[in-house]
Design a protein around this ligand. Structure first.
Ligand code: C5P
Length: 227
């Protein structure tokens, strides 16, 4: 096993809006570890497809887009910063349009397969915090610490509504609630890599927890599990 493959990994999986991005970045900063935002990997493919007019049924072109991805991640106090082709693309990747397209692209098994090695290449010493849907079940199945971060749909919609209001975007709570429910269902019921906790994951329900509490709980799980 190479030094990179033996680096420890903490996987944080869970549905949209459970706070994985913020929590992963904070935990990575505390531990001094690298970070992988795998949602941003799928969002980058979706962004490139929308920009270049590639349709979801054009698997061959989607796979070409996967091979061209040049992505970098760094943890910050507000979340994970994403660089695509050397540019900070954070907000462009977070639009609802890119979100919806990314969940359609993510349901294609050849696309998921094409992105496996890229995601695994972020595993480097001293360690990696990887957040997404299938980090503990597929991509880093051998991770020593796995967390499934959940929260009720209502609470996740409330948080997202608050974020969008702060950015001056007007979307109704009901619309967000319905969109989240639909996206959850698609991500949970799809045949490839559905969003489900790994058998050895610890489930953390953040509905009534502050970000600080969630970070503290996860850090204690990491410290208990690692030498
Ligand atoms: O987490 P985020 O909302 O950024 O992810 C965007 C979409 O990418 C999700 O709706 C999901 O369909 C997909 N995804 C995935 N597997 C991952 C991470 C994200 O299928 N590991």
């Amino acid at each position: 096993m190479s030094r990179a493959e033996s680096a420890p990994v903490l996987t944080i999986d869970g549905p949209s809006g459970a706070g994985k991005g913020t929590v992963s970045a904070r935990v990575a900063l505390e531990l001094g570890w690298n970070v992988l935002d795998s949602g941003a990997v799928y969002r980058s493919v979706a962004h490139a497809a929308l920009e270049r007019g590639v349709q979801v049924d054009d698997e061959a072109r989607l796979i070409e887009l996967c091979a061209e991805l040049d992505l970098g991640f760094s943890p910050g106090h507000d979340g994970v910063q994403v660089c695509l082709d050397g540019r900070d693309l954070g907000d462009a990747l977070r639009s609802e349009e890119v979100g919806v397209m990314s969940s359609r692209v993510a349901a294609i098994s050849s696309v998921r397969h094409a992105l496996l090695e890229l995601q695994r290449s972020f595993r480097r010493p001293p360690g990696l915090v990887a957040d997404g849907r299938d980090m503990g079940t597929v991509v880093f199945e051998d991770a020593p610490v796995k967390v499934f971060l959940d929260a009720s749909v209502r609470e996740r919609a409330r948080r997202r509504h608050q974020q969008l209001k702060e950015k001056g975007e007007s979307v109704t709570f009901d619309r967000l609630f319905r969109d989240l429910e639909a996206r959850d269902r698609r991500d949970r019921e799809r045949s490839v890599a559905p969003t489900l906790p790994a058998a050895d994951a610890v489930i953390v329900d953040s509905t009534r927890m502050s970000v600080d509490d969630v970070v503290a709980r996860i850090l204690s799980l990491v410290r208990q599990s690692l030498p």
